[in-house]
Design a protein around this ligand. Structure first.
Ligand code: ADP
Length: 573
């Protein structure tokens, strides 16, 4: 935590300096009181008049220094929290797709909100308070020794007790704080899941179960929070008892010294004032220490997400695509899962159009994800004009690829924002994208046209409209490689046909389409079909040659057509 504070050196120094000044002024109160009381007791009008002049300046000084100290401390905390959030976000964004999916998004949200707040309240604020009160403590101790070494000795004995007892609670508080942070993360994960699946919950009448799940998570968070608070309360109570007790003992000892004539009334008042000033900081320091230890475990969680993850793809070479992309003996399996691609070989020539066809789970999506460098742990090689992906500058390669996913993500902005993604395009580029995607056709029915707000994840649009927006988003960028992962599955047959034929006619684009649309007229328009089974390309070639070969593809086609007709209620003989 100290490292975060150190990152903001100037503010940190200002906070420390103003805290130091404030502690001088605070301890100075004892001297002001002593002089006033001594003047009264001794009938010293001269001193009394001087004190009447000094007190307003003292009060003004105290006010200014206290305000400056509070301002610097608050500003420092705001900057530190801002920095923590930024580091967390950068840590998440630095991840490649594989490592990003290794963390739960709700977990990250919980870290960005709850954990950061916990570190602020139970870590940063107490640390700065310790700095501030440590000065007060040292100055008050020095003043006490100056006034009465005996009383200073009594205070130190109380101090040891005040330290030892609450400090022993630091570890258990830390442990409970960690459990609280984890249970809050679980709470956020479950809540996000339920809110995202709201439609399913409603239509399958799962509201009672959802309520029960929520209540369970809510109970867990409240229980863990109370477990932390119980120990914190014990620590605070003990500090109060020991602090208050030490002050009373000091009062008795000082009273005894005054009664014996070893101490003037003014010094007695100063000593009592100082013992209060002395106990306060020690109590704060003792209460803060366990809380800071508790925040450490939460800070470690934040750091784990904030740590930037170097990508497997560290190549720097400029990707050049003039000839072909080749998959050679590529094998790949997801983490701890079975092999999904098994010695796969394929070639995609520039400006040709390919359809990837195969049963569900045969590895089609995985194949295109590897081409987009989502996963680096494959065996074999994937080359672009002979250069392996791991040698290439992946950002530059991705700048040449447009990807249309089956599940389109819509940002909660307008249709225009969702298509241009806040980049500038010419009118001609807009016209081309809107026409080829079919967005132009439904825009006319919308009052605000391109300025229509799509709502959270495009809730205001139909599935087909979302899909068309996704096509327009990919087309407007005019990238040389276009990948559709069942990119027209959500639209009706006619629209799918229109979009796909429009894309197939586009010159200068290498297109790879994962499709379940087995219409011969459409498949004939592709230059090549890659037929996948069990993670291998079983057959490849143009439609007619594959049908003629009467192999796996023809078989698959026959089964697909059969299933299609049965779904439509047809009679196949
Ligand atoms: P297809 O696109 O042909 O339907 P995929 O490439 O999506 O097939 O999936 C191939 C296999 O890989 C499936 O068995 C699937 O369960 C598994 N798989 C896909 N994505 C992941 C993932 N992110 N983590 C683990 N397994 C996955």
């Amino acid at each position: 935590m100290i490292e975060i504070l150190r990152k903001h050196k100037i503010l940190f120094a200002a906070a420390i300096l103003t805290s130091f000044l404030l502690s001088i002024v605070t301890v100075g109160a004892a001297f002001v009181l002593q002089y006033i009381l001594d003047a009264i007791v001794n009938g010293d009008w001269d001193l009394f008049h001087r004190m009447v002049w000094i007190v307003p300046f003292y009060i003004a000084g105290l006010g200014i220094v206290a305000w400056l100290s509070s301002l610097c401390t608050k500003k420092l905390i705001v900057r530190c929290v801002w920095d923590m959030r930024r580091s967390l976000y950068n840590g998440v964004l630095s991840r490649d797709v594989e490592s990003f999916h290794g963390i739960n998004t709700a977990d990250t949200i919980s870290a960005l909100t709850n954990d950061v707040k916990t570190v602020e309240e139970t870590g940063l604020v107490p640390i700065l308070m310790i700095f501030q009160y440590a000065f007060v403590f040292v100055l008050a101790a020095a003043a006490l020794i100056y006034y009465s070494p005996i009383i200073a000795g009594v205070m130190f004995v109380g101090l040891v007790a005040m330290y030892l007892i609450p400090a022993s609670l630091g570890k258990p508080i830390s442990h409970r704080q960690e459990l609280l942070s984890k249970s809050f993360a679980m709470f956020t994960i479950s809540l996000k899941d339920q809110l995202s699946g709201y439609d399913v919950i409603r239509s399958f009448q799962l509201t009672d179960r959802a309520r029960k799940d929520f209540a369970g998570q809510n109970d867990a968070v409240a229980g863990h929070k109370y477990a932390v608070d119980r120990l914190t309360a014990l620590s605070e109570g003990l500090s109060q008892v020991l602090g208050g007790g030490a002050q009373l003992v000091v009062m008795l000892v000082a009273g005894y010294l005054a009664l014996n004539g070893h101490m003037s009334a003014g010094v007695l008042l100063a000593v009592l004032q100082l013992s209060g000033t002395f106990v306060g900081p020690v109590a704060v320091i003792m209460q803060s220490a366990p809380s800071i230890m508790g925040a450490r475990s939460v800070m470690e969680r934040i750091q784990a997400i904030s740590t930037e993850q170097p990508s497997v793809f560290q190549g720097k070479e400029e990707p050049v695509f003039n000839d072909a992309i080749r998959f050679e003996d590529v094998s790949f399996g997801y983490k701890s899962g079975p092999m999904v691609l098994d010695n796969l070989n394929a070639m995609l020539a520039k400006n040709k159009k390919y359809a990837i066809i195969g049963g569900s789970g045969s590895g089609k999506t995985t194949l295109v994800k590897l081409l987009c460098a989502n996963y680096g742990g494959y065996a074999g090689s994937i080359t672009v004009d002979g250069k392996e992906l791991r040698q290439l500058d992946i950002d530059k390669l991705l700048a040449q690829i447009s990807f249309i996913h089956q599940n389109v993500y819509m940002f909660d902005e307008t249709i225009q924002d969702n298509i241009d993604l806040h980049r500038q395009y010419t009118e001609a580029e807009w016209r081309r994208a809107l026409t080829a995607s079919g967005v132009g056709r439904f825009l006319g029915q919308m009052e605000k046209g391109l300025d229509t707000a799509v709502g959270e994840n495009g809730v205001n649009l139909s599935g087909g409209q979302r899909q068309r927006v996704a096509v327009a988003r990919a087309l407007i960028q005019k990238k040389p490689i276009l990948i559709l992962d069942e990119g027209t599955a959500a639209v009706d047959w006619q629209t799918a046909w229109d979009i796909e034929t429009a894309l197939l006619e586009m010159p200068g684009i290498t297109m790879v389409t994962i499709t379940h649309n087995l219409t011969p007229e459409l498949l004939r328009r592709y230059d090549g079909i890659l037929f996948l089974e069990n993670g291998r390309i079983l057959e490849s070639g143009d439609y007619d040659s594959l049908v003629k070969a009467q192999g796996g593809f023809a078989d698959f086609l026959a089964r697909g057509v059969l299933q299609d007709s049965q779904e439509k209620g047809g009679d196949i003989r």
